[in-house]
Design a protein around this ligand. Structure first.
Ligand code: PLP
Length: 376
């Protein structure tokens, strides 16, 4: 099966270990086990004794029930464990949904720019993929009239990423409902990759697609919101039991189970989700203030301030391809940004701002030096 190169993953693979200032990272500052236990106030010896004694057999096939009970609480109304299945990260969750739902000849509408997996896998599976372009003029939110013109009886699936990577745009219930109306009119599923949900700039609850739509499918993980990407643990949630049955049938061929140690740590993290969310929201809010101040001080940079997530697009006004911009920034200043070309939006770069504030400031100072050099 032919598939396009995954632009962002290949860019990160090329540069992330070489960068002195990595402003391409999308996870909120990752925990070690030590800092996780410290943050949630759990006794290290007690937890480590449990971990050391855990027998390393397969985990529960469909995901540990205690873990799924905790994941269920991230939705409103809360789900039952049978509406959730665990996977290897959100990337595994998306992969399973797409391989289960999409068949050759289906039509799929993908809201883009997005995480490329969500577009390239349906294309590789032989679907007709129609792109709904997010534009700065519409605050990187989908234009519903355009969506209407893209769907028909053959539309099997509409794919969102909410909050959006790269733009940081957020759709709340008022923005989601008209999209759901369109999906319902053609009986299509809506897959929403919600890997950044809960990482909002205000404290209001941002709804999941499955809070609002019976044919909604939510994917998410521990990587971004809970700073535990190393667990490689994610999940799919859906109310549709027919779909769940199909997901499980496909999953038997690729997953067996998730790791038992990962599930133990994940369960603990979710039992303390409020403490972790408090830490992580504080990091993204504090860092966005730093980033905003920097953007306002740079005459060649403009943006749409993000509402949620850990990334945003910076628009620059030099006549320079984004790949060249980022290549030179890396070579001359050891600073990593992701070129907008990875998202088909030239004249932009994607920045991640959820790392340590000092690291962000030092990296931005390098970008400032580079922008001055470009002026000359
Ligand atoms: C929108 C989106 N979905 C999925 C993923 C994959 O996340 P995970 O680490 O949970 O596999 C990423 C990672 O960058 C992402 O940005």
């Amino acid at each position: 099966m032919k598939i396009s190169d995954f632009g962002v993953e290949q860019w990160m693979n090329k540069y992330e270990t070489k960068a002195k200032y990595n402003l391409g990272e999308t996870c909120v500052s990752p925990f070690s086990l030590h800092t996780l236990l410290e943050t949630v106030g759990v006794d290290e010896t007690q937890f480590m004794t449990k971990l050391l004694n855990k027998r390393l057999t397969y985990g529960a096939i469909e995901g540990a029930t205690e873990l799924k009970k905790e994941i269920a609480q991230l939705y409103r109304p809360a789900l039952t464990p049978g509406e959730i299945v665990t996977e290897h990260g959100a990337i595994g969750a998306n992969n399973l949904v797409l391989n289960t739902v999409v068949e050759p000849g289906d039509e799929v509408v993908v809201v883009t720019p997005t995480y490329q997996q969500l577009q390239s896998i349906p294309e590789a599976l032989g679907a007709t993929v129609k792109l709904l372009q997010l534009r700065p003029a519409n605050h990187y939110l989908p234009a519903v009239q355009e969506l209407k013109s893209l769907v028909n009886a053959k539309t099997k699936l509409i794919i969102l990423n909410n909050p959006d990577n790269p733009s940081g745009a957020l759709m709340m219930a008022d923005e989601l409902r008209p999209i759901i109306d369109v999906a319902r009119s053609v009986n299509a599923y809506v897959l929403s990759d919600e890997v950044y949900r809960h990482l909002t700039q205000t404290d209001t609850y941002s709804p999941s697609i499955i809070d609002l739509y019976e044919k909604g499918i939510s994917t998410s993980s521990f990587s971004k919101v809970f700073s535990l990407a190393g667990l490689r643990l994610g999940w799919i949630a859906t109310h549709d039991q027919g779909l769940m049955k199909q997901l499980l049938a496909h999953r038997d061929y690729a997953t067996i189970s998730c790791g038992v140690l990962d599930e133990m740590v994940g369960t603990l993290a979710l039992q303390h989700r409020e403490e972790i969310l408090k830490r992580n929201r504080q990091i993204i809010r504090q860092n966005l203030t730093i980033l905003e101040k920097w953007v306002n001080s740079e005459p060649h940079i403009s943006w749409l301030k993000p509402q949620a997530g850990t990334t945003t697009l910076l628009h620059y006004d030099f006549p320079l391809a984004s790949t060249e911009f980022c290549d030179r920034l890396m070579k001359e200043h050891q600073t990593l940004l992701v070129p907008g070309s990875c998202f088909d939006i030239e004249g932009t770069v994607r920045i991640g701002y959820a790392f340590e504030s000092e690291h962000l400031k030092a990296g931005l100072a390098q970008v400032s030096d580079f922008l001055k050099e470009l002026e000359n």
